[in-house]
Write a protein of this length. Structure first.
Length: 145
């Protein structure tokens, strides 16, 4: 029930990812990010579609075998805030009541080449770069991101 109220509120505030005028959000498209944590390289590709759905692929590239996680859900962006609601993890439905799967970010920088955002709850900051729609993650994180 809380999930439904959250989604309705966000849709009312934002009009979803694309406005009724046919203008698509500048966040739509594919974006690549990368970070290093405890001797592991982590990279992700987020494909945000203009219809408000997304597919986020994480690759944890360590000295052992790489691990891939795919998250699917809904996204929107309005008034300097970017929000996501995960619905599936590795193809399996998730418990939508879990707040862990609802995230809110403040947009710091957004232009044609880069997107910098910070998680409102924790302050964690992320930077991603736009990549072509044909881009796909391989078995290792790309170098020089």
């Amino acid at each position: 029930m809380a999930q439904a109220r959250f989604l309705i509120l966000l849709l009312l505030v934002s009009g979803c990812a694309s406005t009724g005028s046919g203008v698509t959000s500048p966040l739509a498209g594919k974006w690549l990010g990368q970070s290093s944590v405890n001797y592991e390289t982590r990279c992700w590709i987020n494909h945000r579609r203009p219809d408000g759905t997304y597919e986020l692929t994480f690759l944890i590239d360590s000295s052992s075998a790489p691990k891939r996680i795919v998250e699917e859900g809904l996204w929107l962006h309005s008034h300097g805030v970017y929000a996501t609601i995960a619905q599936k993890m590795n193809g399996m439905p998730i418990d939508l009541r879990n707040k862990f799967y609802r995230e809110f970010y403040r947009i710091v920088v957004l232009d044609d080449q880069q997107f910098v955002y910070s998680e409102i709850a924790t302050g964690a900051r992320f930077r991603v770069i736009r990549v072509p729609d044909s881009f796909a993650l391989g078995n290792r994180c790309p170098s020089g991101t």
